[in-house]
Design a protein around this ligand. Structure first.
Ligand code: 4FV
Length: 252
C-alpha cells in the first residue's frame, strides 16, 4: 500500500505514524509512505502557502498553485494515486466501508487543509474527493489524514499480526464490538462473565455474538439495517428484540 501526504507540518505526520503496527509496517516496507512539505512547492521567496480570501472575511485560504504542483510531482515520481483525498468537514463521512475501498485502491494521496481551507478550485484541478472524519472543526487536516492512513493500513495483509482480529473488528461486519476481558478473573469486586471461563468455545462464540448485537441494538440501532448478519446472529437479534419488547410491555 502506498500513501503520499501533503502538509505544511511534515513532522506531525511522521510522528503520528512512527509507532505501533503502522509504524512497523512502514519500517518493514509493507506500507510505502512519503510526506511532502507543501512549502517545497511554493512559488514565491516567502514560500507562501496561503493568501487573503476573495470577497473579504476572516482568516486565510490555502493557495491552489502549491497544492496542484505537489500532486503533479507525486504523479510524476510516485505513480498516479487511485484516490486523491482532501480532508475537510465538507467531505463524505469516513467509515470502515470507505477504509476498505481505499485499501483496495493501493495508492492514496492525502492533502491536509489548514487555515479556513483550500481554494475550491484545487478539488477539480487535482481530481480530489473530500473526506470528513466527523462533524467538528479541526485546526488542520493532518489528524484526519492520520486517522485515514491508520484505518486503511490495518486492512493491508501483514500489517496487523493476527489477521483474525481485523476480521472481527468493530464495523468490519457493521456491528459494534463485543466486550473484552483479560486476567485477573476478579478486579475491584467485578468478575469476568462465567461463560468466558467455561472453556465452551461454542458458548463463548455465541455469547460474544449476542453481546455485539445487544450493544449495537442499544447504542447504534441504525447500524443493524446494513449489518451483514449470519443466521445465528439473526436468531439472536430476534431473541433480543423480543425480550426488549416484553420488557417494554411489562413496563406499561
Ligand atoms: C476535518 C474534519 C477538519 C477544517 C479547516 C482543517 C479542518 C482546516 N478534516 N474531517 N472534520 N479540517 O476539521 O476532516 O483547514
Amino acid at each position: 500500500m502506498r500513501f503520499d501526504i501533503v502538509t505544511i507540518f511534515p513532522a506531525m505526520i511522521a510522528a503520528g505514524l512512527a509507532e505501533g503496527v503502522v509504524g512497523r509496517a512502514i519500517a518493514s516496507g509493507i506500507i510505502d509512505f512519503q510526506v511532502h512539505d507543501l512549502r517545497d512547492f511554493t512559488i514565491d521567496r516567502h514560500r507562501s502557502v496561503d493568501d487573503v480570501p476573495y470577497g473579504g472575511g476572516p482568516g486565510m485560504v490555502m493557495k491552489p498553485e502549491p497544492l496542484v504542483a505537489a500532486v503533479d510531482r507525486i504523479r510524476q515520481t510516485r505513480g498516479n494515486p487511485g484516490a486523491v483525498i482532501v480532508t475537510s468537514p465538507q467531505g463524505r463521512e469516513f467509515t470502515q466501508r470507505q477504509a476498505e475501498r481505499l485499501a483496495g485502491v493501493r495508492h492514496v494521496a492525502v492533502l491536509c487543509g489548514r487555515y479556513e481551507g483550500m481554494d475550491e478550485r484545487v478539488l477539480s484541478l487535482v481530481g480530489a474527493e473530500e473526506v470528513s472524519i466527523g462533524d467538528y472543526v479541526l485546526s488542520g487536516g493532518e489528524l484526519a489524514a492520520l486517522v485515514i492512513v491508520d484505518a486503511v493500513s490495518r486492512l493491508i495483509p501483514g500489517v496487523v499480526g493476527d489477521g483474525q482480529s481485523v476480521e472481527e473488528d468493530s464495523f468490519s461486519r457493521g456491528l459494534l464490538d463485543r466486550p473484552h476481558y483479560t486476567r485477573p478473573a476478579e478486579c475491584g469486586g467485578l468478575k469476568v462473565p462465567d461463560v468466558l471461563l467455561s472453556g465452551h468455545h461454542a458458548e463463548v462464540r455465541r455469547w460474544r455474538k449476542k453481546e455485539a448485537l445487544a450493544r449495537t441494538l442499544e447504542r447504534r440501532p441504525e447500524l443493524l439495517e446494513s449489518a451483514a448478519l449470519d443466521d445465528e446472529e439473526r436468531a439472536l437479534l430476534d431473541e433480543l428484540t423480543a425480550s426488549e419488547k416484553s420488557k417494554l410491555e411489562s413496563r406499561k
